[in-house]
Design a protein around this ligand. Structure first.
Ligand code: CP
Length: 306
């Protein structure tokens, strides 16, 4: 792969395995990595709000002994004066060794790679992709299931604008015996290009359904998502759709005892807090796994040898 991460498919399954091995080693021996990025700087350029992605990148770099600079609000950067993404990145790559960028425009991090002299990581571009959330998701699946094969994965909620869903389908479609149950309202189905270019092109078994309750019993993984208010043109449509699916403890009565319940977070209303105490709830484990996988990714992109 190039020394950027814009799309999860830039990483082969072997490279994913290697990142997971590094993350597990970091969990086991954090002291071994404490000086790995001494003298290196990560820039976090967040043109859109974030809690987990930005702070986990920053925590990752600090735990590797490096430093962090950046902005969390485009209004405090010169983009508010009309500066282009290309010029911003060209400037920032004079100061930093690696850049993590979130932007509301699909493709903005890819554009950034053309002007950056340092590696660029896509930290979420519009409703398109979110590859480092997928790295967090993959480590969570690996730690919970021990394998990526022979899993029935239910993806529920806003499958149209939910960028984490798009990246996860791409990543998981490469493993044997994976099938998808795509649970969404008619208006928020998975984009056609993912159906044709990923699922049908690879002959992956999938079905598109409306009912969460009917789907739960067959699932090994249930990946809930938030309806992405910020991507709607019409507030009335958001209000009509936002509570279509709410996971509650009673709906889990028919679920497998080893179901893995995931959510990229932030959650609004789609998982009741009463589910948090269920041992099958893994969404806060995903948050922590995200930091370890971002540490592993920074080491890889900076070609740090220990
Ligand atoms: N999962 C995720 O991207 O969360 P944030 O928006 O808080 O970064």
């Amino acid at each position: 792969m190039t020394n950027n991460l814009i799309d999860i498919l830039q990483l082969s399954t072997e490279e994913i395995d290697a990142l997971i091995a590094t993350a597990l080693d970091i969990i086991d021996k954090p002291g071994k990595y404490a000086e790995a990025c001494r003298g290196k700087k990560l820039a976090t350029l967040f043109f859109e709000p974030s809690t987990r992605t930005r702070l986990s990148f920053e925590a990752a770099m600090y735990e590797l002994g490096g430093n962090v600079l950046g902005f969390s609000d485009s209004k405090s950067s010169s983009s508010s004066k009309g500066e282009s993404v290309s010029d911003t990145v060209r400037a920032v790559s004079c100061y930093a060794d690696i850049i993590a960028m979130r932007h509301p425009k699909e493709g903005a991090p890819l554009v950034a790679t053309r002007k950056s002299s340092v590696p660029v990581i896509n930290a979420g571009d519009g409703g398109h992709n979110h590859p480092t959330q997928t790295l967090a998701d993959l480590l969570t699946i690996y730690r919970e299931k021990g394998s990526f094969e022979n899993l029935t994965i239910g993806l529920c909620g806003d499958l149209k604008f939910g960028r984490t869903v798009h990246s996860l389908i791409s990543a998981m479609s490469r493993y044997k015996g994976v099938r998808f149950v795509l649970i969404s309202p008619e208006e928020l189905t998975v984009p056609r290009y993912i159906i044709t270019d990923v699922l049908e092109a690879r002959e992956i078994e999938y079905k598109e359904v409306r009912s969460l309750e009917d789907s739960i019993p067959e699932l090994d993984i249930l990946y809930m998502t938030r309806v992405q208010r910020e991507r709607f043109f019409n507030e009335a449509d958001y209000l009509r759709l936002k509570d279509t699916y709410i996971l509650t403890p009673d709906k889990l009565n028919s679920a497998k005892s080893d179901l893995t319940i995931m959510h990229p977070l932030p959650r609004v209303n789609e998982i009741s807090v009463a589910v948090d105490d269920d041992p099958r709830a893994c969404y806060f484990k995903q948050v922590l796994n995200g930091k370890y996988m971002r540490m592993a990714l920074i080491l890889k992109l900076l070609e740090v040898e220990l």
